[in-house]
Design a protein. Structure first.
Length: 503
């Protein structure tokens, strides 16, 4: 094996083609092919048939004679062999490798590649007249706006596609059905909910201990927590505390104000009435001084249900509550129902609250918390005032104003129906009025004139101003500066409004 390796190495280093520079204009590749043919090499030949068979070399016998030469010659004997000269004058050593069956390529088959055999991708024909992107004839379309006003104008005119899970697509409920479903909800999983509340009652002692150590309690989770926290205060904490008063604030009451909170604290603890200073910070300072004068023991338990209620979502209110919670003589407890509530508080407020967080998921109904709102109006348009609100607005206007709003609804629905294609008809009920389906002010005004709803533009704009003020209509301008108007309600809401108020 070692001898074979040595011989193979010699062949690799000795067999080479030496080309001398001459004045002939023969290409280097032609020289190599010519020298290779003289030494017994054959070019490849590919037949036109689909098979990849090789053609045996015609000089197989000659190659076999060459194989008779001993493959194990000494290097001196190999070097002493006479070398043959090529036609170009180059010296070529005789190859010692065995020439077997090699594929041969016929020279006449080395034809250049025909371009007809290459298939190019067909370029589609584009009709500039019908293509919307290449049609520049429509000068009314504006793709860009100049200046910084263009950015805000584009954002204002940006249309948002309504979701397929819109609440407008849900069936309409009556208040009787709403109450019935709430009763059914209270009966479902009644045993499991009761066991869960019993588990929370076992933690009353832990909650009381945390309050005694100066922490505040923040309860969060799904379901109303009002009854369970009240039970904790009435049946566990207050009976074990002497001369401690309790103040409960319902944050879900939209009429609750800062002045009401500070007045209630002074009346409950100190018996002082109508002692509110002109400035809130001065009132807070007086409350802190009164607490310090009576010692460092706990004097008040302050419970705020729904600290994230609508009436408490101002920086001013949250700042006042945090300063009250930071008074050592006050034990602070609150409930949270909004996942974004901690965003109200900065580091200073959180330091004053000094919260210990507890998950108090009860799965109980929010029936009491929603008592100050219309529960059947939840999930609808934020600007929609409800059928009752529209009724009150229209009742204070003239009959012509009512007919004008009815005509506006009809024109809006007609515009939406003409703009929707066949694929969008399934989403028609959730389609909301926007600039995309808006009406031109001048066209709608002329239509109202023809219907004898209005007599002049001044009175027409006055009535529209009432609608805009009560968020029943939107009056703006489009990209070309023309005045447009539309009703920012969904199709389902507008049709229900027509049925309830104008039929």
């Amino acid at each position: 094996m070692a001898e074979l390796n040595r011989t193979a190495l010699e062949r690799a280093t000795k067999v080479k083609i030496e080309l001398e520079a001459d004045e002939d204009e023969i290409a280097l590749a032609d020289k190599i092919i010519a020298e290779s043919k003289r030494d017994g090499y054959r070019s490849l030949s590919v037949e036109e048939s689909e098979s990849d068979e090789y053609i045996e070399s015609d000089d197989q016998d000659e190659d076999e004679d060459m194989d008779d030469v001993s493959e194990f010659e000494d290097e001196t004997e190999r070097n002493s062999r006479p070398k043959r000269k090529s036609r170009g004058g180059s010296v070529v050593s005789k190859p010692s490798s065995r020439q077997g069956s090699v594929p041969v390529l016929k020279e006449e088959e080395l034809a250049p590649l025909k371009m007809s055999s290459i298939k190019l991708m067909a370029i589609p024909d584009v009709d500039r007249a019908e293509d919307q992107l290449l049609n520049f004839a429509d000068e009314e379309k504006s793709l860009f706006y100049d200046g910084h006003e263009g950015y805000f104008e584009q954002q204002k005119l940006k249309n948002k596609k309504p979701g397929t899970a819109s609440m407008a697509m849900a069936p309409e409920l009556t208040y009787e059905e709403y109450d019935k479903y709430n009763e059914i909800l209270a009966l479902s999983c009644k045993t499991e909910v009761a066991n869960l509340n019993n588990y929370y009652r076992l933690q009353f002692s832990q909650w009381a201990f945390e309050l005694q150590q100066g922490f505040g309690l923040a309860f969060y989770g799904v379901g109303s927590k009002r009854l369970l926290v009240l039970e904790f205060l009435q049946k566990y904490l207050l009976p074990r505390s002497k001369n401690v008063k309790c103040l409960v604030v319902n944050g879900y009451n939209p009429d609750f104000r800062v002045k009401t909170l500070l007045t209630a604290v002074q009346e409950t603890v100190f018996g002082i009435k109508n002692a509110i200073a002109p400035h809130i910070h001065e009132t807070l300072s007086n409350i802190k001084d009164n607490f310090n004068q009576q010692g460092q023991h706990v004097q008040l338990v302050l419970l705020i249900n729904n600290i994230d209620g609508d009436s408490l979502r101002t920086d001013r209110m949250q700042q006042v509550i945090s300063e009250l919670a930071g008074i050592p003589q006050i034990q602070f407890v609150c409930t949270i129902d909004n996942i974004s509530t901690p965003l109200f508080w900065n580091s200073s407020m959180l330091s004053s609250f000094n919260f210990v967080w507890h998950n108090l998921t009860t799965y109980l109904s929010y029936k009491v918390e929603n008592g100050f709102k219309d529960p059947l109006g939840l999930g609808k348009s934020n600007k929609y005032v409800g059928s009752k609100g529209v009724k009150y607005v229209l009742s204070s206007l003239t009959s012509n104003a009512k007919n004008l709003y009815r005509m506006l609804i009809l024109q809006q629905l007609e515009k939406i129906d003409l703009s929707l294609n066949h694929d969008d008809l399934a989403k028609r009920a959730a389609t909301k009025g926007s600039t995309k389906y808006s009406l031109l002010f001048t066209e709608f005004y002329q239509h109202c004139l023809s219907e004898f709803i209005t007599s002049n533009e001044i009175s027409f704009r006055t009535v529209l101003g009432e609608f805009v003020e009560h968020k029943m209509c939107t009056l703006t301008k489009n990209s070309s500066g023309a005045e447009i108007l539309y009703i920012p309600f969904t199709v389902d809401e507008m049709e229900k409004l027509l049925e309830d108020q104008f039929v």
